[in-house]
Design a protein around this ligand. Structure first.
Ligand code: SF4
Ligand code: SF4
Length: 76
């Protein structure tokens, strides 16, 4: 088992993919402050992200102007 892929039970996990244009809106709006820049790319820290389970839709996906820049971890 890959321990890096373990995340909190029941919560969806998200990642930022290659479509990201690095506008930074998601970083500014994430209620958990789970998004930061690593190696010049925006990155979701999955140990902090709770999948926006209190909201109707993940805030980062809602504000991101690029379709499918932020995807569920199972999407590739
Ligand atoms: S799903 Fe919510 S908590 Fe997770 S990175 Fe996106 S905005 Fe932040
Ligand atoms: S809002 Fe979307 S395009 Fe902008 S930095 Fe975040 S993932 Fe990238």
């Amino acid at each position: 088992m890959n321990v890096i892929d373990v995340h909190k039970g029941g919560n969806m996990s998200y990642q930022i993919g290659k479509r990201c244009v690095k506008c930074g809106i998601c970083e500014l709006t994430c209620p958990k402050e789970a998004i930061s820049i690593r190696n010049r790319n925006y990155y979701i820290e999955r140990s902090i992200c709770d999948g926006c389970d209190k909201y109707e839709k993940p805030i980062c996906k809602k504000v991101c102007p690029i379709k499918k820049a932020i995807v569920e971890k199972t999407e590739t």
